[in-house]
Write a protein that binds this ligand. Structure first.
Ligand code: B12
Length: 386
């Protein structure tokens, strides 16, 4: 089966007009395209870094702030400077980009500009026609470009069930990063929590590098909206390598290529690798034995009646249970009920109360300490802090 086309979309800095791109994203995924959505108010550098890490074929920019000529050109310039000029740039911005501007932009390396009145079908057809071919390998690959391209090859191989994918799964034991698995139901705040943890990793140890494998579900027809980056602010950093993966038909919260991609990342010099599953259900056990070094279940206090807790199987195996959104009314009762549920397991499971959306949240600090002070995993000795 051919791998889906991957593109990245974003809205530039000082621009909150996201309704056009939200509609266009949905049309793309309905037609089998995987869209990594970076969100609005994004710097050119963040867009280019994300496009390289995600190994997309093209960047689609929706721009209404009036700065399109300079902004699109800056994206093209940075792609070239970082050795990724094979990533195409296209976009639109109905009432603001004129035909004269579009000619200027094309002269500066932009592929195509779509004007007011263009149908969604025309845009989908354009993407399929121009960005559907697998690109040749780049001549001189910088480390992030190389890693990103290898991850694509592993995803492609897993889709075709080729021996290459199996070969890559053999080395779980010798990895050099500590691997943290984060799971939980949709809407519990996993992505926001990860972004806050990343902030702590980056500020507490000025040398650490973090890898993130983030999963979102594929929809029927194989497209996917890979939207976790849109929630992430702190993770837009050169010391963070993030890859968004679609489940590509696999149930259970991960993708057919997760294991091989994880092993590659865990051998690539990152101090920590974080895997985030898709939002999971009661029966989910996404991390098989030894896939991760530490398992964190993130819950929302609004899980319903106490009886529901007996049905959540991850509560039996998680090393740490995070009850997020503890600013909600029901949080006190939830913490009590979950604590009692964990006591039945007679294991040394930790429970942490967080409000991840709040900066400098004491609960997230506690979780960070539990992760970094735990002896489990292949985490290298902490380097001297400056
Ligand atoms: C809706 C809208 C809003 C909404 C935005 C809601 C949202 N979340 O997006 C609201 C009311 C919040 C808003 C606010 C503002 N807006 Co306003 N807004 C518009 C409006 C009316 C429509 C834009 C739109 O979404 N069109 C729908 C899309 C689907 O159609 P389209 O734009 O024609 O795009 C076509 C193609 O270009 C293509 N396309 C677009 N993007 C992309 C991307 C890709 C990848 C591809 C392939 C194709 C593509 O798709 C469409 C195909 O038909 C425009 C006026 C206009 N006619 O453009 C003003 C406009 C963009 N806004 C404007 C302004 C000034 C503002 C404010 C600054 C007003 C203020 N003083 O507060 C704020 C800024 C908000 C912010 N945070 O950035 C100005 C911008 C002027 C400029 N840049 O010089 C405009 C042009 C209105 C005007 N004539 O003055 N706005």
């Amino acid at each position: 089966m051919a791998s889906p086309i991957r593109i990245l979309t974003a809205v530039p800095i000082c621009d909150g007009h996201d309704s056009a791109i939200n509609t266009i994203n949905l049309e793309f995924i309905r037609h089998g395209i995987e869209v990594v959505y970076l969100g609005f108010h994004r710097y050119a550098g963040d867009i280019v870094r994300a496009a390289i890490q995600e190994d997309v074929a093209a960047i689609g920019i929706s721009s209404y702030n009036g700065g399109h000529v300079e902004f699109f050109a800056e994206v093209v310039r940075q792609l070239k400077r970082r050795g990724a000029s094979d990533i195409a740039v296209f976009g639109g911005g109905g009432g603001t980009i004129t035909h004269d501007d579009a000619s200027l932009m094309k002269g500066k390396g932009v592929d195509e500009i779509f004007f007011a009145g263009t149908s969604l079908t025309d845009m989908v057809d354009y993407v399929k026609k121009h960005y559907g071919k697998r690109r040749k390998s780049r001549a001189k690959l910088k480390p992030d470009l190389l890693l990103a391209r290898k991850l694509t090859q592993l995803e492609d191989a897993a889709g075709k069930r080729s021996p290459r994918a199996k070969h890559q799964t053999s080395s779980i034991k010798h990895r050099t990063s500590k691997v943290i698995g984060i799971t939980g139901p949709g809407g519990a705040g996993k992505t926001t929590l990860i972004d806050e943890l990343v902030l702590r990793f980056l500020t507490q140890d000025r040398h650490s590098r973090i890898g993130i494998l983030s999963h979102d579900p594929s929809v029927i027809g194989e497209g996917a909206l890979l939207g976790d980056r849109a929630t992430m602010i702190n993770s837009q950093d050169d010391r963070v390598f993030m890859r968004s993966m679609a489940t590509r038909g696999q149930a259970g919260g991960l993708s057919p290529a997760t294991e091989s991609c994880l092993n590659l990342l865990a051998h690539s010099g990152f101090d920590y690798v974080i895997i985030e599953t898709v939002g999971t259900g009661q029966e989910a056990l996404p991390f098989r034995r030894q896939l991760v070094d530490q398992t964190i279940l993130v819950m929302n206090p609004d899980y319903g009646a106490r009886l529901q807790l007996q049905k959540i199987v991850m509560l039996d195996v998680a090393d740490i249970v995070v009850v997020n959104k503890t600013d909600l009314e029901r949080a006190k009762a939830a913490l009590l009920e979950i604590e009692q549920r964990l006591t039945q397991n007679k294991r040394k499971q930790q429970i942490v109360a967080t409000v991840a959306k709040r900066h400098r949240d004491a609960g997230v600090d506690e979780l960070y300490d539990l992760i970094t002070q735990d002896g489990a995993g292949a985490r290298p000795p902490r380097r001297e802090r400056k």
